[in-house]
Design a binder for this molecule. Structure first.
Ligand SMILES: Nc1ncnc2c1ncn2[C@@H]1O[C@H](COP(=O)(O)OP(=O)(O)O)[C@@H](O)[C@H]1O
Ligand SMILES: [Mg+2]
Length: 319
């Protein structure tokens, strides 16, 4: 059988470039070279090359995080080039990249999410009013970012302005969220029409981390991850149902991973990742492993789903 000609995209220009390059390398190493003929592209430098070589590409794996990778822009380019790619399309990618649009859609679908306010750069922010509505601590985060970049948990009023400035360094819109103290959980889903929820992961950032911050996410050993999470069956089911519902509500495809916090018996959805971290030890691959997919089997499955979805879309359009 002829090998699938695969474009592996990693790098890019977002603040998560280094994470993406690292994942890209691990994905390259894990891909079965007997099945795939792989060409690597870094969108920072290789977009023209990608366009020129589009006719010789059967599928793409987008291992990019953040703006200009996870937000629908690269997805739109690949649509124009008629190249299948894993995961969400233009709509789902752009909606999910933005925590404000995501939260509005969650609310519309009765998906519980922490109370919040949103502000754009030119607005005056009444700090007292924010505190009256959300209570301290308040989590300040840019609407579009990832890996906890630009995010601060503010405990005292005097620190709010600095947190606001930090968030605005990353995006023109920020959200302030009620701080939820509880157990952090994350749950992946996989599939096109039939969605399979992955086992739930419990995340315990190490003692040096106030929350699941950048270092806790990427420095080995800083965070304990337990899969399946130590929660009862009923909550596990509810987490999995919410992950599937969030995936559907944000118009996602193929796979996604939804972050949540469990406070007593109450679940709060924080966000849904359309291109979850993809090193062999990242959260999604870890839970997929527990579900029986090795890292390379997971990559095979994602590529298969992308080609299947691309074909189905083509058939739907030609009807
Ligand atoms: N409302 C909140 N309450 C408590 N912790 C939060 C809240 N929002 C974010 N966090 C912490 O910050 C981390 C990153 O937040 P998240 O919304 O998932 O954004 P991203 O992962 O895209 O940076 C979470 O995993 C959690 O540790
Ligand atoms: Mg997150």
């Amino acid at each position: 059988m002829a090998k699938t000609r695969l474009a592996l995209l990693s790098g890019g220009i977002s603040s998560e470039r280094e994470v993406s390059l690292n994942s890209g390398k691990q994905v390259f190493d894990a891909l079965d070279k007997g099945k795939y003929e792989i060409t690597r592209y870094d969108p920072k430098t290789d977009l023209t090359k990608l366009v020129n070589e589009a006719g010789n590409i059967d599928a793409a794996l987008i291992i990019l995080h953040g703006p200009f990778g996870e937000d629908g822009t690269v997805q739109g380019l690949l649509d124009l080039l008629d190249i299948p790619y894993q995961g969400a399309g233009v709509l789902g990618s752009s909606v999910a990249m933005n925590k404000l649009t995501s939260k509005r859609l969650y609310q519309g679908a009765d998906i519980p999410t922490p109370a919040f306010l949103s502000f754009s750069k030119n607005q005056t922010i009444d700090l007292n009013q924010c505190i009256d509505l959300l209570f301290l601590p308040i989590v300040v985060k840019p609407a579009c970012a990832g890996s906890s970049v630009g995010m601060t948990i503010v405990k005292e009023k005097q620190d709010l302005n600095a947190a606001i400035d930090t968030a605005f360094e990353h995006d023109d819109t920020l959200i302030m969220e009620q701080y939820i103290k509880g157990i952090e959980l994350t749950c992946g889903v996989l599939g096109n029409e039939d969605l399979e929820a992955m086992p739930v992961i419990e995340i315990i950032p190490g003692k040096n981390h106030e929350f699941f911050d950048y270092k806790a996410k990427y420095v080995a050993g800083e965070t304990e991850e337990i899969c399946p999470a130590r929660i009862d069956d009923k909550i596990t089911q509810r987490v999995q149902q919410l992950a599937v519902k969030a995936h559907e509500t944000l118009f996602l495809k193929g796979y996604s991973r939804t972050d949540m916090i469990l406070r007593d018996d109450e679940l709060f959805v924080l966000e849904t990742n359309t291109i979850p971290g993809m090193t062999a030890t990242s959260l999604y691959p870890q839970s997929a492993q527990v579900a029986g997919y090795s890292f390379s089997a997971l990559l095979d499955k994602l590529i298969l789903l992308s080609i299947e979805e691309h074909e189905n879309t083509r058939l739907r359009r030609s009807k």
